[in-house]
Design a protein. Structure first.
Length: 179
C-alpha cells in the first residue's frame, strides 16, 4: 500500500477532477477554432493531461516532449535536459503546454523559450504551482492549485520515479527519505 507512506493529502482526487473540468471548459472557450497542439511534458503530466483533455470540447491535437531536471531526489539539478522532442511542425501553431508542477520555473522557461524560438504561440496550464520555489520568472496562464513549498508526490509527480500512480497529491512521511 502506497498510502502508508503519505503524511498528508494536499489535493484530493475529487478536487483534481472538479478543477480539471473547470479548466477544460475555460480552455474550450480559449481554443475553439484554433486547433491547438496540446503538449504534455513527460513524464509527470500524463495523469493531468488525461483528465484535462476529456473536458476540452474542441478540435485539438496532442504531442509530448520529455525534459528532465530532477534526478532521483527532491532537488532540481538546475540544468534542464531535452530528452525527446515533439514530432509535429509547430511554426505559427497555438501550443498549450500541460505540466504537473511549476516549482523553480526552470523547466517551463526553457521549454517556452525553445518553442517560441521555433515560431509557436505558447500558453501554459499547470496542475500545481509552488510560487515560493520560483528562481526564474515564469507563470502559467492557468493553474489548478497553488500549494506551499513542500515536495509533493502523486498524480504524476514522483519521488525516485515512484508514487506517480497515487490518485491524489500528497506529502511523503519523513522516514521514506531515509530508507
Ligand atoms: O519548475 P521546476 O523546478 O523546473 O520543476 C518542474 C518540473 O519538475 C518535474 O519534472 P522532472 O524533471 O522531475 O521530470 P518528470 O516529469 O519525469 O518527473 C515536473 O514534472 C516539472 O516538469
Ligand atoms: N515530485 C515532485 N517533482 C517536483 N519537481 C518540482 N517540484 C516538485 C515536487 O514538489 N515534487
Amino acid at each position: 500500500m502506497l498510502e502508508k507512506d503519505i503524511e498528508k493529502v494536499l489535493v484530493s482526487e475529487e478536487q483534481i477532477r472538479v478543477r480539471s473540468t473547470e479548466l477544460g471548459e475555460i480552455l474550450t472557450a480559449e481554443y475553439e477554432g484554433k486547433n491547438p497542439l496540446v503538449l504534455g511534458i513527460l513524464r509527470g503530466s500524463v495523469p493531468f493531461m488525461a483528465e484535462l483533455i476529456k473536458h476540452i470540447d474542441c478540435h485539438m491535437e496532442m504531442d509530448f516532449m520529455t525534459v528532465s531536471s530532477y534526478h532521483g531526489g527532491t532537488k532540481s539539478s538546475g540544468e534542464v535536459k531535452l530528452i525527446m522532442d515533439v514530432d509535429t511542425a509547430i511554426r505559427g501553431r497555438d501550443i498549450l503546454i500541460v505540466e504537473d508542477i511549476i516549482d523553480t520555473g526552470r523547466t517551463l522557461k526553457y521549454l517556452k523559450e525553445l518553442l517560441e524560438h521555433r515560431g509557436a504561440k505558447v500558453k501554459i496550464v499547470t496542475l500545481l504551482d509552488k510560487p515560493e520555489g520560483r528562481i526564474v520568472d515564469i507563470d502559467a496562464q492557468w493553474t489548478g492549485f497553488t500549494i506551499p513549498n513542500e515536495f509533493v508526490v502523486g498524480f504524476g509527480l514522483d519521488y525516485d520515479n515512484n508514487y506517480r500512480n497515487l490518485p491524489y497529491v500528497g506529502v511523503l512521511k519523513e522516514e521514506v527519505y531515509s530508507k
